[in-house]
Design a protein around this ligand. Structure first.
Ligand code: HEC
Ligand code: HEC
Ligand code: HEC
Ligand code: HEC
Ligand code: HEC
Ligand code: HEC
Ligand code: HEC
Ligand code: HEC
Ligand code: HEC
Length: 387
């Protein structure tokens, strides 16, 4: 083995754990290869109470007078830096939004009651958005508290004005319900794309992105892997270690995978293999490994995941796989790739040694146990009869 630097104590601890814990892991593997949804990063969070609509009479009183001026185009506001913005509110768009007819203009614009309005405080259009966005938390407090844990909120707090507020992802007057079946899944993805343009370009051409563009219900968009309100830094903590659980939600599910002619064994074969077996221990709480262990994304990519290249020669595939290994196992020859079983369960033909050991265990262990019991029983019998 040729890992560049010596393994640290943590890795050794994990390997001893692996040996001691092997029987336990085997039992775990047999007992459940299915994953609880909440084990995975970005899993859906429990439903919270919905915001309450305002009283219909109050909605009328707090909307109609405003629309007398705002339903026609022409007027603008000008910020100190010179940028202009129209104050036109499209009645149809407003009426079709989740808030239209349910709450009043004045529920959000509380400081405005009649015209002329109080003077603008914001110096730039971005400052204006940041200022106005605070209004959402009054009625959607549960969502606001979720955002508090996110990387995006940390950035905002540190003064990064490019980090998103509720309004950047949901809009202000045209807000749609993301759970409405009429809202396409790609719409929420598009909200991330506004800022993460480079990454989105990569994703768009991936096997997942291409399918999502056609409104495929089974492929992941940004929020399926990252969540929406509690996005964490993927480069920190146990995100890498646990990332295989995100893939496992779909790729370990036979019902979904059979639709695309894909094998759902990729998960179990990964977990049976040396990388998967030790990575899983870390994911289950053994901390963070000193050196990153290969997970699905190290071999397949992340935002640029492609279909397997059909028809490429075994040598080409071997070299491609070996290139992946060399990201961590520096300077190994192409043949090193053969150490990995390619998602195949060990068989007599493909991996006779692993296959042999696996079956030897399966057959020997029951015999040894049986022998042990018989031995003890004979012993007891001898003690009784020869006392
Ligand atoms: C008599 C016409 C008129 C009425 C009535 C009116 N507005 Fe305005 N509003 C304007 C104009 C004109 C502007 C552009 C800035 C300015 O000249 O004050 C504006 C700007 C705004 C702005 C952007 C600037 C800011 O202060 O945030 C908001 C928000 C707004 N109005 C909300 C409302 C609401 C809510 C109501 C109902 C309570 C309302 N307006 C009633 C004419 C009106
Ligand atoms: C759900 C809360 C909410 C409601 C209800 C609401 N607004 Fe707004 N409004 C906002 C937010 C947030 C902004 C800032 C948007 C931005 O900067 O992108 C805004 C901005 C504005 C502006 C400034 C121009 C612009 O579009 O950025 C005007 C004018 C305005 N609102 C008028 C109205 C009127 C009239 C109504 C009622 C028909 C209304 N708003 C209802 C949240 C709301
Ligand atoms: C005065 C209270 C109030 C404020 C302020 C408010 N909302 Fe809402 N919001 C509601 C109500 C009421 C609903 C409709 C709930 C329902 O569909 O049953 C709603 C629905 C929503 C939904 C769809 C929820 C779902 O379950 O599908 C989203 C998204 C949303 N609001 C975002 C925002 C954003 C973003 C802001 C700030 C710009 C905001 N809201 C400000 C009251 C409010
Ligand atoms: C980075 C983008 C982003 C930001 C910032 C964001 N949201 Fe969301 N929000 C989403 C996405 C995507 C969904 C749909 C997926 C989900 O429910 O997890 C969603 C769902 C919701 C829903 C429930 C809709 C439903 O159908 O269940 C509400 C309400 C909501 N957000 C309110 C807010 C509020 C309030 C804020 C600000 C405190 C906020 N969001 C900030 C992206 C965002
Ligand atoms: C208004 C712009 C904006 C929107 C919209 C937005 N982001 Fe971000 N996001 C940022 C900025 C700025 C950063 C910090 C710089 C960076 O890492 O690119 C960031 C960072 C991140 C990170 C890395 C976190 C970290 O700690 O480094 C992830 C993951 C992420 N965003 C996912 C999303 C997803 C998923 C969505 C859509 C639901 C989304 N973003 C929508 C601006 C945005
Ligand atoms: C199939 C799952 C998956 C999907 C879909 C996905 N991501 Fe990621 N993303 C990851 C993983 C895993 C990482 C961390 C990889 C690592 O470094 O270990 C990551 C890293 C990131 C980062 C931080 C690191 C970087 O490369 O800058 C950002 C920002 C990000 N994703 C945004 C997005 C956005 C925006 C989308 C939608 C266009 C998206 N992701 C779609 C799994 C996904
Ligand atoms: C929300 C479900 C879902 C998640 C999460 C998911 N995938 Fe997929 N993936 C799919 C579906 C469905 C397809 C088939 C798409 C098609 O063929 O149009 C696919 C296709 C693929 C393929 C191409 C297989 C081939 O040769 O055709 C690879 C490789 C892949 N995914 C890897 C990953 C990895 C790695 C992760 C985790 C970072 C992941 N996926 C997360 C649903 C998912
Ligand atoms: C050590 C590298 C490696 C790891 C780790 C790995 N894969 Fe693979 N995977 C491959 C290779 C190589 C192929 C063969 C296809 C090819 O030539 O690209 C493949 C094939 C696949 C396929 C296509 C299966 C089919 O039926 O055609 C899927 C889906 C897949 N992997 C998903 C995953 C998931 C999910 C994980 C994590 C649980 C994972 N892989 C872990 C290297 C890896
Ligand atoms: C992301 C980095 C990474 C990648 C990529 C990677 N490995 Fe590993 N590999 C590791 C680490 C770390 C260990 C030690 C795991 C442990 O502590 O149990 C390991 C262990 C191994 C072992 C077990 C033997 C030993 O001495 O621990 C073999 C064999 C191996 N890898 C082969 C491969 C092959 C073949 C590939 C390419 C298909 C590959 N690895 C890709 C990080 C990686």
């Amino acid at each position: 083995m040729t890992l560049e630097s010596p393994r640290n104590a943590q890795t050794w601890a994990a390997r001893s754990l692996l040996l001691v814990g092997l029987p336990a892991v085997a039992v775990l593997l047999l007992a459940s290869t299915a994953f609880a949804a909440d084990e995975a990063a970005g899993a859906p969070v429990a439903a919270v109470e919905k915001a309450k609509p305002s009283d219909p009479a109050a909605v009328k009183a707090g909307t109609e007078p405003c629309m007398e001026c705002h339903s026609s185009d022409g007027d603008t506001i000008t910020f100190a830096d010179g940028t202009e913005r129209s104050v036109y509110v499209d009645e149809k768009v407003w009426g079709g939004s989740v808030h239209g007819g349910r709450i009043a203009c004045t529920d959000c614009h509380r400081e405005i009651t009649d015209h002329p309005h109080p003077e603008l405080k914001a110096k730039t259009a971005r400052d204006y958005t940041l200022e106005r966005a605070v209004t959402c938390q009054r009625c959607h407090y549960a969502y606001y508290t979720r955002v508090l844990d996110s990387s995006h909120y940390d950035l905002l707090k540190k003064g990064n004005k490019d980090a998103p507020t509720c309004v950047d992802c949901h809009g202000s007057h045209a807000t749609k319900s993301p759970s409405d079946p009429k809202t396409p899944r790609s719409a929420m993805n598009a909200s991330c794309a506004k800022c993460h343009t480079k990454l989105y370009e990569k994703y768009k051409n991936s096997v997942h992105g291409k399918a999502l563009a056609e409104n495929n219900p089974d492929v992941p968009g940004c929020i399926d892997c990252h969540g929406a309100h509690s996005i964490v830094n993927p480069k920190q903590g146990d995100f890498h270690v646990r990332s295989y659980q995100v893939c496992a939600r779909c790729h370990g599910d036979e019902k979904i995978m059979s639709k695309y002619g894909l094998s759902s064994d990729v998960l179990t074969t990964y977990l049976d293999d040396f990388h998967g077996a030790s990575n899983r221990l870390y994911a289950q709480g053994a901390g963070i490994p000193g050196k990153p262990i290969a997970t699905c994304t190290d071999c397949h990519g992340i935002h640029d995941i492609a279909k397997g290249v059909e028809g490429s020669s075994p040598e080409v595939t071997r070299k491609r796989v070996a290139d992946t290994c060399r990201k961590c196992h520096k300077k190994v020859p192409d043949a090193f790739a053969d150490a990995w079983m390619s998602h195949y369960p060990p068989t007599l033909e493909a991996a006779p040694l692993v296959w042999g050991i696996k079956w030897a265990y399966r057959l020997l262990i029951p015999f040894i146990m049986l022998g042990l019991v018989i031995h003890i029983l004979l012993h007891l019998w001898r003690i009784r009869t020869h006392r």
